[in-house]
Design a protein around this ligand. Structure first.
Ligand code: NZQ
Ligand code: ZN
Length: 385
């Protein structure tokens, strides 16, 4: 097991009716900016619950944070905070609203051009305080310190993070899942599943407990997927789905183990170029990344095949191959398409384009062994056409 530090300060308020309790988490005299997306909270009752809970606070609203939040939109919220002198932010939404809010709270007091936080990978150690009300289980953003922001002008989608970006608190009320459309439920399942894979499908590191944590999240997602897709108002399924997504990316399972994340880095390019939903970009890339880096990953692939899919026959290699194919079959069972050409007809030069971008950015070696060079990225993307 590798050495590690673990600190996660986010307070979780889990369960039915928890939105009503948020006022006690926000200082009584705070002037609050409430951030949200395109309006789903106005039709599913979440907006009313938040406004009712905050009736003792002064609240300014900022709506219109789009899926894959953009720098261009978020800077408008930064201006509002500066001119109105607000001192707390409450994000009400999915990963995009929460990520966008992380950018906003980091940018407000940033000296210089805030896009540099992403372009120059500047860690955020201090930011304005913020809390979240999660409406879409998927990203884990509600209990981690990362965010991903898009710049429309340059078609770039980049990550940021740092210890200043943990939410002070997050409300996880599984009842919000009732109104989530099937497409977004599917996205949430696939995103959380891939988060676990990114932190697990590397090489054995004698981290037995972390492996079992990871496998249990995968097994729970497999169990819950058909139930939540069939009936998002099934509270027990919703609760297990929601907690699995949070646990998949709150830092716990990555401690003491090598991590990959190359699928995400490549996937972000596909979203920036073609506006493909984040989770779907992962489903396009990870099977081919595992086929391409097979020798690096075969021990963990075989272990995953055995423990998660009950593939017990054959050599390590045979079990590892079968594990990849079983996972792709599962994605298809969920209705997920796994080829780039099924999402866009404009894919012919994608591999070359991303290879060039990664070279320019100096991303010379991704993955747990730092051997996914821009040339290998091109191969993986071309395998995914
Ligand atoms: O904007 P509104 O109207 O709220 O609608 C949203 C949006 O259209 C809708 N929605 C959310 N909750 C709903 C709902 N509709 C009905 N009922 C509800 N309860 O769903 C749509 C998608 O929302 P979005 O927030 O974009 O989805 P998701 O949570 O999947 O977030 C994706 C973003 O998170 C980033 C992705 O790159 C992408 O930009 N990620 C963030 C990570 C992190 N911070 O750790 C890690 C992830 O790997 C990921 O990269
Ligand atoms: Zn993701």
């Amino acid at each position: 097991m590798l050495n590690f530090e673990l600190q996660n300060p986010t307070k979780i308020l889990f369960g039915k009716g928890q939105i009503a309790t948020i006022a006690k988490e926000i200082p009584a005299n705070a002037r609050v900016l409430m951030t949200y997306g395109g309006g789903s909270i106005k039709t599913n009752g979440v907006y009313e619950q938040v406004i009712e809970a905050l009736k003792g606070h002064e609240v300014v609203e900022f709506s219109g944070i789009e899926p894959n939040p953009t720098y261009e939109t978020l800077m408008k919220a930064v201006e509002i905070i500066r001119t109105e002198k607000l001192d707390y932010v409450l994000a009400v939404g999915g990963g995009s609203v929460i990520d966008g809010t992380k950018f906003i709270v980091a940018a407000v007091d940033f000296e210089g051009e805030p896009w540099d936080i992403l372009a120059k990978s500047i860690r955020t150690t201090k930011a304005m305080p913020f809390g979240t009300v999660l409406t879409l289980p998927a990203t884990g953003s509600e209990m981690n310190s990362g965010a991903v922001v898009t710049r429309v002008a340059t078609q770039e989608k980049l990550s940021m993070g740092g210890p200043g970006l943990f939410p002070k608190f997050s409300v996880l009320d599984p009842e919000v899942i009732k109104s989530i459309p099937e497409r977004q439920l599917r996205n949430g399942i696939v995103d959380a599943y891939t988060h676990v894979l990114e932190q697990y499908m590397t090489y054995p590191a004698n981290a037995w407990l972390q492996d079992r944590f990871a496998e249990s999240i995968l097994q729970t997602l497999i169990e819950v997927a058909p139930k939540i897709l069939a009936d998002p108002s099934n509270y027990e399924a919703a609760a297990n789905f929601m907690w699995s997504c949070t646990m998949a990316l709150n830092g716990l399972i990555q401690k003491g183990v090598p991590t990959d994340w190359a699928t995400h880095m490549i996937g972000h390019e596909l979203t920036a170029l073609y506006n493909i939903d984040h989770a779907m970009t992962l489903a396009i890339i990870f099977p081919n990344l595992y086929r391409n880096r097979f020798d690096n990953k075969k021990e963990k692939l075989a272990q995953y095949g055995e423990r998660v899919w009950n593939i017990t026959e054959g050599t390590t290699e045979e079990k590892a191959h079968a594990a990849i194919e079983r996972t792709v079959a599962w994605l298809h069972e969920l209705g997920v398409k796994t080829r780039l050409s099924e999402y866009t007809s404009d894919y012919a030069h994608t591999g070359e384009f991303i290879e060039k971008r990664f070279t320019e950015r100096g991303w010379k070696g991704l993955g747990e062994r730092r051997d996914i060079t821009p040339e290998v990225v091109k191969e993986i993307v071309e395998m995914s056409y």
